[in-house]
Design a protein around this ligand. Structure first.
Ligand SMILES: Nc1nc2c(ncn2[C@@H]2O[C@H](COP(=O)(O)OP(=O)(O)OP(=O)(O)O)[C@@H](O)[C@H]2O)c(=O)[nH]1
Ligand SMILES: [Mg+2]
Length: 315
């Protein structure tokens, strides 16, 4: 079940100022894929020159060259558009993702997975910078909750899917939050997402990830997906829980202020009211959480039943 006869695999490598990592990434991947598409995105170093050198040596290589930087998302989309493979693999140009996992991605896709992810957490966490590690755990928890699936590394840039599914997997994003959104989108649509533990090597060259800017974009996009994807019935319960939280905190802060300023409470019942309101908030939030989970489960069961009915009818 590794590779089907005649099946082609295209490796897409977006590259921005990756003169050192790109040649090693490409040469290592050559034996595993049918073609490699490098998208040099207005790099200011020797990335384009090195890509041309690789193209003159190896037939499998195609280059897309942008005079100006158009961003990683545009680069990936253009790469997929130009790809002739049935299967698409995305990887970084920084030599972090060992190419030997590509056959495993192909195997999983041929076994029925729709999106295969290279999970850096299990074997490779030590090479993820501490700050990014924290973000990774938080975002993967949110992705799993919103997508109702268990994902350990939803942000990984090392991923594979069928070319025909790309239009449906594709999402709107400005920059490095693209992968996170694509994972949530796949889970939400009921695609089978499979994680493959990978060794994650230290990066060659400078990171393009801005932890604050990109982290903020990721949080923003996750909140907007969460809001859009939360069922109406759950919203009715969860939104009031925020009101109770704000009220509870207000009473709590007033009590704290009085205790610090006057060393005694002017309103003795405020701490009690605060705890009471916060408890109501927690309960409402939990009920909303459970309601949302079950309403998504029900939606998916209905979708699956519809699909099965369609297949039975076609047969
Ligand atoms: N084409 C293109 N590629 C980009 C751009 N920004 C980043 N990339 C590439 O996208 C890939 C991922 O960027 P990285 O800096 O490795 O981000 P990361 O993997 O989240 O962070 P690290 O852990 O530091 O590697 C690399 O191959 C970059 O060269 C861009 O504007 N255009
Ligand atoms: Mg990287």
């Amino acid at each position: 079940m590794n590779k089907k006869a005649g099946q082609k695999t295209s490796l897409i490598i977006p590259a921005y100022n990756e003169e050192a990592g790109l040649p090693k990434t490409v040469e290592e991947a050559l034996p595993f894929v049918s073609e490699i598409i490098i998208i040099d995105d207005g790099s200011k170093d020797n990335t384009y020159k090195n890509a041309l050198g690789l193209k003159s040596k190896y037939k499998k290589i195609k280059i897309i060259h942008h005079e100006k930087n158009l961003g990683k998302v545009a680069a990936l989309r253009e790469g997929v558009k130009r790809a002739s493979g049935d299967l698409i693999v995305f990887t970084d140009a920084d030599f972090t993702h060992p190419a030997e996992y590509i056959p495993l991605f192909i195997k999983e896709l041929n076994k029925g997975a729709d999106l295969a992810l290279g999970n850096r957490i299990t074997l490779g966490i030590k090479n993820i910078p501490i700050f990014n590690r924290f973000g990774n755990v938080l975002f993967s928890f949110l992705i799993s909750y919103i997508g109702c699936g268990k994902i350990e590394d939803g942000q990984t840039g090392y991923r594979a899917f069928r070319k025909k599914d790309f239009t449906s997997l594709d999402v709107w994003a400005q920059s490095l939050e693209y992968e996170t959104k694509m994972t949530v989108n796949a889970l939400k649509k009921g695609y089978k997402v499979v994680e493959i533990p990978i060794v994650y090597r230290p990066r060659i060259g400078k990171s393009k990830l801005h932890p604050i800017r990109d982290g903020y974009r990721m949080i923003k996009s996750i909140i907007s997906i969460a809001y859009r994807q939360t069922s109406l019935i759950a919203k009715f319960v969860i939104l009031p829980s925020f009101v109770f939280t704000i009220l509870g905190l207000t009473f709590g802060f007033i009590s704290l202020y009085e205790k610090i300023k006057y060393t005694k409470l002017l309103h003795e019942y405020y701490p009690l009211i605060s705890v009471f309101l916060l408890l109501i908030a927690i309960q409402l939030f939990s009920i909303g959480f459970i309601l949302d989970h079950f309403s998504h489960k029900l939606d998916r069961i209905l979708e699956k039943t519809k699909d099965n009915d369609k297949k039975t009818f076609q047969n």
